[in-house]
Design a protein around this ligand. Structure first.
Ligand code: SF4
Length: 446
């Protein structure tokens, strides 16, 4: 279930907000909430206390759709005044079948329509209280890190994915806008930026890499300039959702120099050429293993995160074994695996060679077993080293943070002994004393 956003003010009109789905949907939720707060609305911590409830849904795979339908039904039962938005919103008929009385249904990024629907149920306060807003808007993530969305949509047409149908083709935000938002986040106390989009490596392609003025110089709307610009703000900058296009190589030296984090989130999805071709993956023909070796030569501390799909139609034992061998060679640091799930409207759902569920389950287990060995080896190599840790939480036993190789929510933690006096957002040095396949244990070094 999504995050219920908490706020305590009683007088203003109250909006309940349930945010489901990926970091990109979270950014949409933040935009809607920022606008509502600017108009004087307060965010209700419960369905019962809310004048209206907004449910920001996810429609990507069947399990996410089911979760979104559950959230809508729950909000209808508990409150009755429900506005649905987000990726599932493109299936209005399906939503109305489950909940005929929802007040309005809109798709992703339709902020204006959501705001108008809220206005119809409960008008905004007389004067918009813009000063209610902290600089940088309302963040659903802890104050010290924030997602920075650089574009919407995607020009690729991966056969298992309906995101381009839901969100349309690539629309990049001009570089100056992105830099301004990043700067505002930095002055609001954010220490770590998580750059998100559907395809971060394609940034700027749609607007022909247009130049924009930033601090007396011109930056182009393209990945390398963005990485350099963000790096100059002095924050931790983490890039998500890159694809192995050749130009991605140009940002690895920036990681080695310490301008941006030595972390690359690159969803390979598979390794076997025939499966990648059937998946219609961008840049599937690039020599990835060779390039990974090259990246690690330039930036030995690089952490590579990736996701893989097992049981894609046509994946036989041979193709799967190829993937396992490739993984042993590539030594991906962090891996998320999914069993192929057919998605209504995605071309892959009609492909021949469907893999039975039991085989998908078995391959998933085998893949995770291979990965555990790789992850553990790479984690154990850090024992004895002194690393930078950003602190997320502090309790009586110490502090819990993350290394440069750990993104929030999806990667591991660093448990820092002796960190009881630290505060969230602090960046400290700690010496690693122990490791498992996911997490590190460390002692404060200074
Ligand atoms: S790159 Fe492929 S998987 Fe990612 S959003 Fe675009 S079409 Fe979907």
């Amino acid at each position: 279930m999504g995050n219920f956003v908490k706020n305590l003010n009683k007088k203003a009109p109250q909006v309940g907000f349930v945010s489901l789905g990926c970091p990109k949907a979270l950014v949409d939720s933040e935009r809607i909430l920022t606008r509502l707060r600017a108009e004087g609305y307060e965010i209700s911590p419960s369905y019962e206390g809310a004048d209206v409830v907004v449910v920001n849904t996810c429609g990507f795979i069947d399990s996410a759709r089911a979760e979104s339908f559950d959230a809508i039904s729950e909000a209808m039962a508990a409150n009755g005044k429900v506005i649905v938005t987000g990726c599932l919103g493109v299936d209005e008929a399906g939503i109305r079948e489950v909940a005929p009385k929802v007040l309005s249904v809109t798709g992703p990024q339709q902020y204006e329509q959501v705001i108008e629907a809220v206005h119809r149920v409960v008008p905004p306060m007389h004067d918009p209280h813009v000063d209610l807003l902290p600089p940088g808007g309302i963040k659903l993530t802890p104050r010290h890190y924030a997602y920075l969305k650089i574009s919407e949509g995607c020009n690729n047409r991966c056969s298992f994915c309906i995101i381009p149908q839901l969100r349309g083709d690539l629309v990049s935000r001009p570089i100056t806008d992105v830099m301004r938002e990043a700067e505002a986040l930095a002055s609001a106390g954010v220490k770590e930026l998580l750059v998100v989009s559907q395809d971060t490596s394609a940034y700027g392609l749609d607007i022909k890499y247009a130049g924009g003025l930033w601090r007396d110089c011109v930056l182009e709307t393209r990945l390398k300039d963005l990485a350099e610009g963000l790096g100059d703000l002095g924050l931790w900058t983490r890039l998500h959702y890159l694809y192995p296009y050749p130009h991605v190589d140009s940002i690895i030296p920036l990681m080695a120099e310490g301008k941006i984090l030595p972390y690359i989130d690159i969803p390979f999805q598979h390794a076997h050429p025939a499966v990648l071709k059937a998946m219609r993956r961008p840049a599937h023909q690039e020599k990835v293993l060779e390039r990974i070796r090259g990246w690690r030569e330039i930036c030995p501390d690089l952490t590579i995160r990736s996701t893989f799909i097992v049981g894609f139609p046509g994946e036989g034992e041979e193709e799967f074994e190829y993937l396992l061998d490739w993984l042993r060679e590539a030594e991906i640091d962090r891996l998320g695996a999914f069993r192929f799930e057919s998605v209504k409207g995605a071309p892959a759902s009609d492909l021949e060679g469907a893999v039975p569920q039991t085989v998908k389950d078995e391959r998933y287990e085998r893949l995770m077993e291979v990965q555990q060995t790789i992850s553990l080896k790479r984690q154990l190599a850090k024992v004895g080293r002194t690393i930078d840790v950003i602190i997320d939480e502090v309790d009586e036993e110490g502090a819990i943070g993350r290394s440069k190789g750990d993104a929030p929510e999806i990667d591991g933690s660093v448990f820092v002994a002796g960190g009881e006096a630290l505060v969230p957002g602090a960046i400290v040095k700690a010496t690693v004393t122990n490791a498992d396949a996911y997490d590190l244990w460390a002692e404060l070094a200074e």
